[in-house]
Ligand binder design. Structure first.
Ligand SMILES: Nc1nc2c(ncn2[C@@H]2O[C@H](COP(=O)(O)OP(=O)(O)OP(=O)(O)O)[C@@H](O)[C@H]2O)c(=O)[nH]1
Length: 204
């Protein structure tokens, strides 16, 4: 069974939890606790094959801390980078996160393959108060080899599902073509994840 790990990152209040919960449950709740981080687990069947999915949804942190991603870069196979189209500072933060993910690997984090990334302009239902143009998002995504979409976690369940599934398919394609290197042994990996993210896990 394939094991896929996603991290959903972005500025405070951009809709990271709303997107994750929408994908996992098809529901939009409106308000989400933001003072703790979660790892959600879900078993999926994609193109006839079983898949174990983990999604990391961090709690809000100061902007500086958010741009420092060594643990996430080790852990995740792919990233959903979220900004709010009605909030320009959140786009600047998304850009900083993408720079960080795409910067050349250091001796700290030696990856054999680039992680898959989708840049998401959320809250498209607020386009009447838009501060970030669609073309700006698309250009950033093209420049840094990311997928891109604008959508609304509040109103577009199918689009949210499609966005996550496209990212997962990209990751599976990479798995197929390149042997993935992880720190040795599944036990030490579990230990690393628990050390990095704590033990709070949810199954949906
Ligand atoms: N209008 C609109 N509001 C949204 C949308 N997605 C999320 N929200 C609202 O935006 C607020 C923040 O959503 P969250 O999902 O908690 O955002 P978050 O990025 O997880 O927030 P933090 O964990 O605090 O960083 C909530 O009030 C949501 O109801 C959307 O697509 N449209």
């Amino acid at each position: 069974m394939s094991d896929v790990k996603l991290a959903v990152l972005g500025g405070k209040g951009t809709g990271k939890s709303a997107l994750t919960v929408r994908f996992l449950t098809k529901r939009f709740i409106g308000e989400y606790a933001s003072n703790f981080e979660s790892i959600y687990n879900k078993q999926l069947c994609l193109e006839g094959k079983p898949l174990s999915l983990e999604i990391y949804d961090p709690c809000s942190q100061p902007q500086k801390a958010k741009c420092s991603l060594p643990s996430e870069l080790h852990w995740a196979d792919g990233f959903v980078i979220v900004y709010d189209i009605s909030d320009r500072p959140s786009f600047a933060l998304a850009k900083a996160l993408i720079y960080r993910i795409r910067e050349p690997p250091t001796s700290h984090c030696k990856r054999m393959v680039e992680p898959a990334v989708v840049l998401v302009g959320n809250k498209q239902d607020l386009c009447h108060i838009r501060e970030v143009g669609w073309d700006e998002g698309q250009k950033l995504a093209i420049d840094f080899r990311c997928q891109f979409c604008e959508l609304s976690a509040a109103e577009q369940s199918l689009e949210v599902e499609g966005m996550f599934l496209r990212l997962i398919k990209d990751i599976l394609t990479v798995f197929k073509h390149k042997e993935k290197r992880r720190p040795s042994g599944s036990k030490s990996m579990a230990k690393l994840i628990n050390n990095v993210f704590g033990k709070r896990r949810k199954s949906v």
